[in-house]
Design a protein around this ligand. Structure first.
Ligand SMILES: [Zn+2]
Length: 368
């Protein structure tokens, strides 16, 4: 093998599908859009990943941070870097640059860290009959992004966040046409559409049927991403794992969605009752234990492709990885409360101050 070949050529035996077939769980950290909005590098509303153009070094660092925390995949940050979105902010001329740059940096980080690199296409928000030639427009969006993904040497494609089955099917067909030599993970997102009282896509296809039709169209992995938190996403997938023809993906948002408010768009502030989406969701943020429990549950269900979407950050990705028995580099610094001055019992803790420690101890809630 010539020395100039990138590392991923050497790892080809351990591509996405080989890992899943071997029973490995693959973790894909996502949620870049919300990460960079919180950090002040892109605007909520238009939600275009301009940070790739303005601060590519920060994107590289974020890729590395998620790998450090346990992600097996560097997902190129091209979510919403498509033609429609770039036109919305008057930057259509930067379309090719933003896609190629996000992909190139992702490939470099993946090669350096021995992880997989995935390209990313997504919902266009124009899958509506009122847009003239909308199918043709969407097909062109997928085509150009997929061609850049293949050119960048991606290991697989993530096609995600489709609330209409029709658009997910179109994305799957585009993957088979323009990126046919690499696997595609196609995930729907679940708002509140119901058919016969059961959750369904916005265009009225029940999930189990939708997953199998996507598999029949060539999707290698199918499932759900975004919109629902672990508590309201898993009940849909529990049923899907029993009937689905291909591996299932579970990539929830990291928010505490409930039966009454099953997705983060409908979520309300538990104190004020005000709507939270999209910028005030912090008060229903999942904590590390929620994510650890999610990781345990997906293992019980046999779901092998997992990740975290909007709301994700490194400490949650580490919790997910550790719930699966992993020890990513960030586990070197995983909490060790036995060395905490108040909570711990480590021999090396100073015995001075025991009296005040006793006083503090009284305020710690006791679990019955
Ligand atoms: Zn999301």
């Amino acid at each position: 093998m010539p020395a100039s070949k990138p590392l991923h050529y050497l790892c080809i035996r351990h591509g996405l599908m080989e890992r899943l077939r071997d029973g490995e769980t693959v973790i894909c950290a996502e949620g870049y859009l919300f990460v960079f909005e919180r950090r002040g590098y892109l605007t909520a509303g238009s939600f275009v990943p301009e940070v790739v153009l303005e601060h590519p070094n920060l994107v590289q660092q974020q890729y590395e941070e998620f790998v450090h925390a346990g992600s097996d995949v560097v997902l190129a940050f091209t979510y919403y870097a498509h033609r429609e979105k770039m036109a919305l902010i008057g930057r259509e001329d930067d379309l090719e640059t933003i896609n190629k740059r996000a992909l190139r940096i992702a490939r470099e980080v993946a090669d350096r860290t021995g992880t997989l690199m995935a390209g990313n296409i997504s919902n266009t928000n124009i899958f509506v009959d009122t847009v003239p030639d909308y199918r043709e427009k969407i097909w062109q969006i997928f085509k150009e992004q997929l061609e850049w993904i293949v050119e960048a040497g991606a290991d697989y494609v993530v096609a995600e966040t489709f609330d209409n089955f029709g658009e997910a099917l179109l994305a799957t067909q585009a993957c088979k046409e323009f990126a046919k030599d690499i696997p595609c993970v196609v995930t729907l997102t679940s708002h509140q559409g119901l058919v016969d009282g059961k959750p369904a896509t916005m265009d009225g296809v029940k999930y189990n049927e939708a997953f199998n039709r996507l598999a029949d169209a060539g999707a290698d992995v199918v499932g759900l991403n975004c919109t629902r938190g672990p508590a309201t996403m898993l009940p849909i997938l529990e049923k899907a794992v029993k009937v689905c023809k291909v591996p299932i993906a579970a990539v929830p948002v990291t928010y505490r969605t409930t039966k009454e408010h099953p997705n983060f768009i409908s979520s309300i502030d538990p104190i004020s009752g005000e709507p939270l989406f999209p910028v005030n969701l912090d008060c229903i943020q999942c904590n590390r234990k929620d994510i650890h429990d999610f990781g345990k549950r997906v293992q019980e269900l046999g779901i092998k492709y997992v990740g975290l979407c909007c709301g994700n950050s490194a400490h949650l990705t580490r919790s997910l990885a550790e719930s699966l028995g992993r020890k990513p580099p960030a586990s070197r610094y995983t909490p060790d409360l036995n060395k905490h001055w108040l909570l711990g019992k480590d021999d090396k803790l100073p015995s001075l101050g025991q009296e005040s420690k006793m006083k503090y101890a009284q305020i710690i809630p006791k679990v019955e």
